[in-house]
Design a protein around this ligand. Structure first.
Ligand code: ZN
Length: 145
């Protein structure tokens, strides 16, 4: 499937897959959240620390297809320094993008934007969304807002 993505996007995704950013465990994480996409065999665990209502450090571990692992790497990179509300907006914007709705232009997606082409492949949207769903649920369960 990755061969069918636009070349530019494909390269960004493969780069994150081969050289993931923020990969590893955080022993002092206040939030640990995990999930899986059994359809594809993707597994991810996110580790987050919080300080002053913001994400301090974000790390992830996992295995699976290029889309799922690249999405986790891109998201982890975007999380550090963001408030819980900003993270919620970022994730909502990605979900809108996947549904084909107009995304919030004021949200900086960073490399996550390269996943926009995945929406043409509905089965793969689950791969991309795994990381977003895990972080969203982890923050909802672990943070009193
Ligand atoms: Zn997958």
């Amino acid at each position: 499937m990755i061969e069918q993505l636009d070349e530019l996007y494909r390269d960004v995704i493969l780069d994150h897959f081969k050289n993931p950013h923020r990969k590893g465990e955080l022993p002092n994480a206040q939030i640990k959240a995990e999930g899986a996409n059994p359809l594809c065999g993707d597994e991810l665990t996110f580790y987050l620390t919080l300080a002053d209502g913001k994400i301090g450090h974000a790390r992830f571990t996992g295995k699976g297809c290029a889309i799922s692992q690249a999405s986790a790497s891109m998201l982890a990179e975007q999380l550090e320094g963001k408030t819980v509300k900003e993270v919620a907006r970022l994730i909502e914007t990605m979900k809108k993008l996947m549904r084909g709705e107009a995304p919030d232009e004021s949200v900086d997606l960073g490399d996550l934007e390269s996943l926009a082409g995945v929406r043409k492949f509905p089965v793969r949207v689950k791969c991309a969304a795994l990381a977003w769903n895990i972080v969203e649920q982890g923050l909802q369960n672990g943070v009193r807002m």
